[in-house]
Design a protein around this ligand. Sequence first.
Ligand code: LLP
Length: 417
Amino acid sequence: MSGFPSFEYRDNELYVESVPLSHIAKTFGTPCYVYSKKVITDAYQAFDTAFADNDHLICYSVKANANIAILNLLARLGCGFDIVSGGELQRVLKAGGDPGKIVFSGVGKNTEEMRLALTAKILCFNVESEAELNALNQIAAEMGKIASVSLRVNPDVDAKTHPYISTGLKENKFGIPIDDAERIYTTSQELTHIRFTGLDCHIGSQLTELGPFVQASDRILSLVSRIESKGIEIEHLDLGGGLGIRYHEEETPSIQEYVESLCTNISQLNKRILIEPGRALIGNAGLLLTRVEYLKQTPDKNFAIVDAAMNDLMRPALYDAYHEILPVIKNDINKETYQIVGPICETGDFLGHDRELNSTSGDILAVMSSGAYGMSMSSNYNTRPRVAEVMVDGDDVHLIRERETIDHLIATEKILP
Ligand code: LLP
C-alpha cells in the first residue's frame, strides 16, 4: 500500500482519506471512479517545491483526466495546462484555468482549434511540423494576431516504455526531427505572425528510468545553444511529461529526483522550464470501484465477473497494463486465483489476470492507480453509460460527475423519416 498514502486499510476496511469505500459504493453505486483531493494536491506541491530554485510552470496534461473539478483544483493551486484539442481548451477555460498558462500540443491541430486558442491568448503552441507552422502563421495573420510558438522536436531517444506510448523515436509521428529544427527556427523569419518563444519535447509516457529524460534534455541543451548563436532567443524550455508511477512492482524515480535530473544541465541556461505531467499528478490519486456480480468456475479458471469493464478502464485491454485490485473489505482466508473480467463481449475485456482473492458475489473491489487515462479513455462500448466520479476531501465526498443514462447516450441519434 506504500504507493497509495491516502488509501489504506483501517480494521480491514479500505479507506480513501477519512471515508470508507464501502460507503461510497453504497451512496453512489458502482462502477465509480474515486479520487483523493489530498493525493492530487500533494503531487502538485511536490513538483512545485522541487522546482523552487527555477523559474517554472507545471502544465498538467489534461488528457490524463479532464474532469473540470480536477482542472479547477489544479488551477487553484496555480497549475497551467497542456491541451491537445479545442475541447480540452474549453474545459480548462470553464474550470477557471489561466489561458496565459496553457500550452497547446498535438500533431493535428485544425484551423478552428488554432482560432480558439489564439482568441483565448494561450501561452504557446507546441508546433509539430512545418505544414502546421505555415497554417498557424496564416490563421494568425487573418486574425491580426501573433502566435507564440515552440517547435516540438523529436530528439530520437528511446524512452524504454510500452511502444504505444513511446513518442521520442525518429520513427514516431511526433515532433520535428531534431536535425531539422535549427533550419526551421532560422529560416522561418518571414513568417511574420509567428514568434518563437520556446523549444519543446516529450519522449513518452510511464518512464521508469531517468536516463532517457537526461539524454533528451542534453540534446535540447545543445540545440538551444545552436539556435541562440543564430540570434534567436528562446525564453522557455518545455520538457514534456512522462514520469512513470508505481502500478505494481516498478521502482520509479521520485518527483524530486525527476526534477533534479531535468534541472542538472538545463538550469545553467537560466530559462523558464515547463513540464507537462499527467499520470504523475493524477494516476495514483484515483481508483475504480467495482462490484462482483458473479463467480464462475470452469475446468480451467475461476472468473470473478465484475460490473466494470474495458469500456470503463481500457488500459489492461489496450496495453496489457497491470492495476492492483484490492478488496474493499479484506479477507485473507481461503483465497483463490481469479480472472477479474467485465461483462463486455470480448476476451480482451479483463481488469486483471490471476489475482489472489477471497471473493463472493456482491463484494466491492478497488482497481488501483486508475486516476490517469481511466475515465478519460472510457467509452460507451456495448451501450454502457459512463460511470460516476467522486472526489474525497477529508471526510467529505463530492460527486464531480453524474453517472450517464441511456438517454444521454442516444440523445443525438436520429431514426430515418
Ligand atoms: N505531453 C504530451 C505532449 C503528451 O503526449 C503526453 C501524454 C503528456 C504530456 C503526459 O504524459 P504523462 O506525464 O501522463 O506520461 N493512454 C496511455 C498514456 C498516453 C500518453 C499520451 N501522451 C496510458 O494509459 O498509459
